[in-house]
Design a binder for this molecule. Structure first.
Ligand SMILES: *Cc1c(COP(=O)(O)O)cnc(C)c1O
Length: 402
């Protein structure tokens, strides 16, 4: 059907790509489930899944079929018209999240932009002229101007002044710092945090998920919006559909993306309770947001996660991986943390070079974040046998390294 083949890239060929990424000199041409393949057929076990994106694994047959069929039927009409697949996707997402209203976007950063706009609207309606949002140190919320201003990482912000002045920063997990900020800044209207910090190093709060309950209480006391960035932690990643479901609370605003499309670019910002209705007609929009094709993918991804019991699988197999790593690396100076299929191994030293060693010597794709944390984001539907395969490669890698 498609007879276009790419000529091999010559080493001396100039690249027209903007040099924004530090790329590994390898490319994959095919994937299946938890495995990736290069042109010559070499197989790699993928414990990264495109950075928590392909939660159902690569080339999932049900998702592939939905994309192909919808692409051959109708891709896009615009939000000027009713889009039944968008309504159906929203229904599904409401069901798994407990949220009321959903706006579809195309990425994580764009979803967080929506959340920041909702917070500003909420504040403005209460007569706050310059509404402020509390964010955490070591957080990551995206690369647009507002979301990089929210991000707690100087490298992300460097050279992009002026930052927006919406944000007040506190240490992650520190409730007293939030109470202190409340005393100092009468203009606070919301708090935006990740339940587990992904880019920051798979950081869980010292008090665990009860941090979220404490934040909820403070938000209620001060009439702030509680906004959770579940772009990485959502869609089954931590062994619950959304990470806040490890608690009994519900946020007012919730953002997600990454695993929502299993590789198709989609995102969402959701509201419930006092955040409902803040963005009315004409106040927000996105040409590509919730296309017929994108919406069908969202619907199919959620439906498939449900039918495969992938969230429960992530909890059980993720727990097994964490337990095994703790046992098998007990004599090493490492700390294993995380929930479900979002796992970090804190090493006693910087270990960025492990990415290449894992890839070249063990045919294993991992990531290192925050300098010294091996980050594992395997498919949420990874089998026990694949988990054993992962453990064998990983434990050998770390044992040889430390
Ligand atoms: C990846 C990520 C984002 C940004 O998502 P993009 O789709 O790259 O814009 C924001 N927040 C968190 C927690 C993320 O992990």
């Amino acid at each position: 059907m498609n007879d276009i083949t790419l000529a091999p890239i010559q080493p001396d060929q100039p690249s027209h790509l903007m040099a924004t990424y530090g790329r590994q000199a390898i490319s994959f041409v095919r994937g299946r489930g938890a495995y990736l393949y290069t042109e010559d057929g070499t197989e790699y076990l993928d414990a990264l899944t495109g950075i928590a994106v392909c939660g159902l694994g690569h080339a999932h047959p049900v998702i592939a079929e939905a994309i192909a069929e919808q692409a051959a039927t109708l891709v896009h009409t615009s939000n000027l018209f009713e889009i039944p697949w968008q309504t159906a996707a929203a229904q599904k997402l409401a069901e798994v999240s407990g949220m009321e209203e959903i706006f579809f976007s195309n990425s994580g950063a764009e979803s967080n932009e929506g959340a920041i706009k909702i917070a500003r609207k909420f504040g403005t309606q209460q007569g706050v002229s310059s509404p402020k949002i509390i964010v955490a140190e070591q957080s990551f919320h995206g690369r647009t101007l507002a979301t990089l201003s929210a991000t707690g990482n100087k490298k992300v912000q460097d050279g992009f002044a002026p930052l927006t002045n919406d944000f007040i920063r506190v240490p992650f997990g520190d409730i007293e710092a939030i109470q202190e900020a409340a005393l100092q800044h009468p203009d606070i209207v919301a708090i935006l945090i990740e339940p587990i910090q992904g880019e920051g190093g798979i950081n869980t709060a010292p008090q665990g998920f009860s941090y979220l309950e404490e934040v909820r209480t403070i938000c209620n006391q001060h009439n702030w919006l509680m906004m959770l960035d579940e772009i990485q932690t959502g869609n089954g990643r931590t062994g619950k559909y959304f990470a806040y479901q490890h608690t009994n609370i519900v946020p007012d605003v919730l953002t997600t993306a990454k695993g929502l499309g299993n590789g198709f670019p989609v995102g969402a910002v959701m509201t419930q309770g006092k955040a409902v209705g803040l963005l009315g007609p004409g106040s927000h929009g996105s040409t590509y947001g919730g296309t017929v094709l994108g919406s069908r993918v969202v619907y199919t991804v959620i439906d498939t996660i449900q039918k495969e019991n992938a969230v429960e699988n992530a909890a059980v197999v993720g727990r097994y991986i964490v337990d095994q790593l703790r046992t098998q690396l007990a004599d090493k100076n490492v700390q294993v943390r995380g929930f479900g299929m979002m796992i970090g191994i804190q090493l006693p030293k910087d270990c960025a070079e492990l990415v290449a060693i894992a890839r070249d010597q063990h045919k294993l794709i991992i990531n290192v974040t925050a300098g010294s944390v091996v980050r594992l984001l395997p498919p949420i539907n990874m089998t026990q046998a694949q988990a054993d395969d992962l453990l064998e490669r990983l434990v050998t890698l770390i044992n040889n390294y430390l």
